[in-house]
Each structure stands twice: as C-alpha cells, then as structure tokens.
Design a protein around this ligand. Structure first.
Ligand SMILES: [Zn+2]
Length: 350
C-alpha cells in the first residue's frame, strides 16, 4: 500500500532553530509563525540578496524572489549570494540555488522579470510581507502605491555609499513612503550606487534592520497597531545609527487621499521597442529630468556626456542613450525591453 505524503509527519526543525527559539521575544510559537510566513523580496541584488539570505537562514516558510538582472562581476564585493561561477546567470536563479543549498524549511521561488504593477499583483497578492530590495525610486513608489491600495505591509530600504534608510510601512496605520517623501526626486538628480558607489557593511546594516523588523512582525501573534513607526538611518562609515519616530501625514497623496498615480501610470510606462531600429524607448515621467545633475553624475562615473540644452547623449554598456527633458529616453543598440529598462534605471531613473 502506498503512503500519501500527508501520512508522513511534518519535519521537526526544533533542533536546527534551538538558539533562535531561546530568544524569548521569538520563542517556539514565533518560530512556527515564521515557518508559515510567505515573503516577497523585490530585487535580488545587494540588499534583497542579503535580506533573502537572512530570512532563509531564519527559516521563513516561503520566499519569492523577483529580479530582472543577471549576475555581473562588479556584484561580487557586496551581493553575498553569488559565486564567480554564476556570472551571467539570472540573479534569482543563482540566489535560489545558494539558498536551497542551505536546507531547512524554506521554499524558494525564483521569478526572473521586471517588477511592474502586474507582477506585484501576481506575486504579492497572497504574501504576508514585501521587502524592498530594489535599487530605484520608480519601483519603490509603485510598490508603495500598490501596498497601500492592497493593504499590504512592506519594508522600505535603501542604501548608497555608506548610508541607508529603513522604514516599515503598515498601510493606514503607520506612515507610508509618501508620508515621508511625497514625490520622487527628478530623474537623474540623486546619487546612485553607480555614481557614489556602495560598500558591503552599509548593505548588511540596512538589510539587518530590515530583516529584524520583518522577523518581529511575522512572528508576532497579533499585528502591530501603533500609530507611529521608526525611520532608521545608518552611516556604516561613521558608525552612526539614528532612529526617528514618524507619524502619518494626513495630507499624504497615497495613504491620506487614496491617489495612486504611480500605480495608475505604471501601465502607460511600458518600454516601447522601435521595430527594425534596434532601439527601445523608455517613457518619461511627470517630474522630468534634472539634466545638469545627471550629466555631473555621469561624468563622475567616467561616462562621456554630450549635452545640448536639457537633452543629453551618452554611451554605456554598448548602448547609446538619448535623454529628453521629460526624462524620456531612446536606447539604441538593444531590442530587449527588460535590458533597456534595467539600463535606464541604472543610469537615469532614480
Ligand atoms: Zn502615506
């Protein structure tokens, strides 16, 4: 007589997680909740990879990883899941291989895709929590709008250079990303990891704060109902860690007024492949382009830039960029919309 899978007892992981469950705020009951939790990690580079690694070590039940990029040599100093032999592989597949090798109760799903509104709905509708491991503001504002509209908890995290921020978002209870920063800065105006660099200790500090909060929320027997949340800011180089108490902004466009323009605009901003021209057009955005700041950043990064008024031209990664004042860009040298979007976000779109 064959046995059905249900006839086998569930594996007892208590020995593996012994030291973790001895930590009183977690305990055995908390650990069992972690093993039933379902988490989506958006972006699987430095931050997302460090967070996914910690969550898998801690025994989260299910991890869904979403990322569109492939492993590159320059990822290795801070993207802890990847080995040199994995260069060229999709990041989520390389990450899933590393995490699965840890054993334990965690089921890992790899999704190699650009995270847009549809992907969030498909991958995130049933999860308990979403972690921000992205490297661009466009995806973060989309994620915030989606999470507030869907009443889904998420944890914002960002790191550049040696400093970073973490904010847990419990929609309509605590503050959301737009209570803190109502609008993203104009495209090109902020430092990014490609211009200012980034170091591993900052990534690990930010990911650790993000994961500690995730464990606290997911292991709790009741949701946190407090009206405030702590914005945590670190500087790994100076050894600084500052925590500020934040409340909601009643005038917040997203959680205050229910205006989800990033979610609504997302459908219109799909890349357009210009047939027969080996060119992809990436749509602009309402905030426009800060051409001067972008040109300065590109030059700092060693990229040769031609500037004509508020229009810029430059070349990188074998692709020629033409960027217009509304932040629309033509990328000549590729007909792959996912690669074009990735290059746009890397050089312009944050
Ligand atoms: Zn808000």
């Amino acid at each position: 007589m064959s046995q059905t899978p249900e006839a086998f007892p569930a594996h007892d992981w208590s020995r593996r997680f012994d030291r973790q469950t001895r930590f009183a705020p977690l305990g055995r009951a908390g650990q069992l909740r972690l093993q039933q939790a379902d988490v989506l990690v958006v972006g699987c580079g430095a931050l997302g990879g460090a967070a996914a690694h910690a969550l898998a070590r801690c025994g989260i039940g299910r991890l869904r990883l979403a990322d569109r990029d492939v492993v590159e040599e320059s990822n290795l100093p801070r993207q802890v899941l990847f080995q040199p032999s994995q260069i060229g592989q999709p990041k989520v597949e390389a990450a899933a291989a590393t995490l699965t090798a840890l054993g334990g109760p965690t089921r890992v799903d790899a999704h190699a895709l650009h995270v847009d509104a549809r992907a969030l709905e498909e991958l995130g509708a049933d999860v308990d929590l979403v972690l921000d491991g992205t490297d661009n503001l466009a995806t973060r504002y989309l994620l915030n709008d989606w999470a507030v509209a869907r009443d889904k908890r998420w944890i914002y995290a960002g790191v550049v250079g040696a400093s970073g921020l973490v904010l847990g978002v419990r929609p309509r209870r605590g503050p959301c990303l737009r209570c803190l920063f109502p609008s993203p800065a104009p495209a090109g105006s902020l430092e990014t990891c490609d211009s200012a660099g980034v170091i591993l200790p900052a990534v690990e500090m930010v990911a650790s704060l993000q994961v500690a909060l995730a464990l606290r929320w997911l292991s709790a027997d009741a949701p946190d109902t407090s009206a405030t949340e702590r914005l945590q800011r670190i500087d790994a180089w100076r050894g600084e860690c500052v925590s500020l108490e934040l409340a909601r902004d009643p005038d917040c466009p997203s959680c205050g007024h229910g205006r989800f323009e990033f979610l609504e605009a997302a459908a219109d901003r799909a890349p357009i492949v210009l047939c027969g021209r080996n060119t992809v057009q990436i749509q602009g955005r309402a905030a426009g382009l800060d051409a001067g700041a972008l040109a300065a950043r590109l030059r700092t990064a060693g990229v040769h830039v031609e500037q004509a008024g508020r229009m810029l031209r430059f070349e990188s990664d074998g692709v020629r960029f033409t960027v217009f004042p509304d932040a629309r860009a033509l990328l000549e040298g590729t007909d792959d919309p996912v690669r074009a979007r990735s290059l746009y976000d890397r050089w312009i779109g944050r």
